[in-house]
Design a binder for this molecule. Structure first.
Ligand SMILES: [Mg+2]
Length: 323
């Protein structure tokens, strides 16, 4: 049983309240409150030491990333961040570690404009759970189930940077020295694409943030929308660092590792003009990769023909894990 099968079998229920506009299965749930001009987007994510970050991780980076991965889910819904709750499990109250964690947490909170409004602190093996809340206009949220045949597939920013950081730290890839800091920063301090998500409201037909790898995450859009996709790997947005490593790592780190927290979106062809206007205001850029097709599944091709990655993506409970 994988992570998604587990949720489906044990936890998916029909909502009792009509105010629950969207329940389990997207980047965030949506709740409409009577009389409110916006809906609440709610999401939660846990980082566990030894699973999501190594024991050697800096406290600053743990605090930053725990909030960043949650805010990224709000970005993938096109929501604006409002507030978050923090549940912290600590083996001991170490003031030095807590100060570093706090600095990282609030550095990102300040950057994206989100307030800490509550939480819980308990003793146990180190783990951080954050629940983030955002707001989005009714009917405007970017969901996973809106992709249609003929839509075009885009990603923001660069892919595979966090994977390179992970491989570099593990001594599994060698890179020219000038690339070390950029790829490690991308792994430790991902930038949630809040402005991008909000700019894509009314333009994108579906969206997801890339936490588990392009193949797995676009796969969620395809499954929710009942469509397939064909992508040209020669269009993958790869950095100079990635180009330097390509001969030894190939396409896979950019396809199946995840942790980039870029957005993957689908856009109907009639909204291409609006997309171009929106993209011109976004510094990270949006890159066209291919098209939504009727045949189910994801087909990846390059100049050599169809390409199959070595594994599909990160999934708890059916994988040895990233550490
Ligand atoms: Mg997500």
């Amino acid at each position: 049983m994988d992570e998604f099968g587990l949720i489906e079998q044990f936890f998916t229920r029909r909502a009792r309240h009509p105010e629950v506009v969207l329940g389990i299965g997207d980047d965030a749930a949506l709740v409409a409150l009577a009389g409110a001009s916006e809906q609440l987007a709610a999401t939660t994510d846990t980082l566990v030491e030894g699973v999501h970050f190594p024991q050697s991780a800096k406290a600053f980076d743990v605090g930053y990333k725990a909030l960043a991965v949650n805010v990224s889910d709000l970005a993938a819904m096109g929501a604006r961040p409002l507030a978050f709750l923090l549940s912290l499990t600590l083996p001991a109250a170490d003031p030095q570690w807590l100060a570093g964690f706090r600095d990282g947490l609030f550095a990102l909170a300040q950057a994206v404009g989100i307030d800490l409004i509550g939480g819980d602190t308990v003793r146990g093996p180190l783990s951080v759970t954050i629940t983030a809340l955002g707001a989005v206009a009714p009917g405007a949220a970017l969901r996973r189930d809106g992709a249609r045949v003929g839509d075009r597939v885009y990603v923001s920013g660069l892919l595979g940077e966090a994977a390179l950081g992970f491989l570099l730290r593990g001594g599994r890839v060698s890179l020219p020295h000038e690339f070390h800091e950029p790829v490690l920063t991308r792994l430790d301090r991902p930038v949630p694409r809040i402005a991008e998500g909000r700019a894509l409201v009314g333009i994108a037909s579906a969206a997801i943030d890339i936490s588990d790898g392009l193949v797995a995450d676009l796969g969620h859009i395809l499954a929710a929308s009942g469509v397939g996709a064909r992508l040209d790997l020669r269009r993958l947005p790869l950095s100079a660092a990635y180009d330097a490593a390509f001969a030894s790592v190939g396409y896979d780190p950019a396809l199946v590792f995840g942790d980039d927290y870029e957005l993957c979106v689908t856009v109907p062809p009639e909204r291409e003009k609006a997309l171009a206007a929106a993209a011109s205001r976004l510094p990270c850029g949006l890159h066209y990769l291919g098209d939504i097709v009727a045949a189910p599944g994801l087909t990846l091709y390059d100049g050599q023909g169809v390409y199959t990655p070595a594994r599909a993506g990160y999934n708890h409970f059916d994988d040895p894990g990233p550490v």
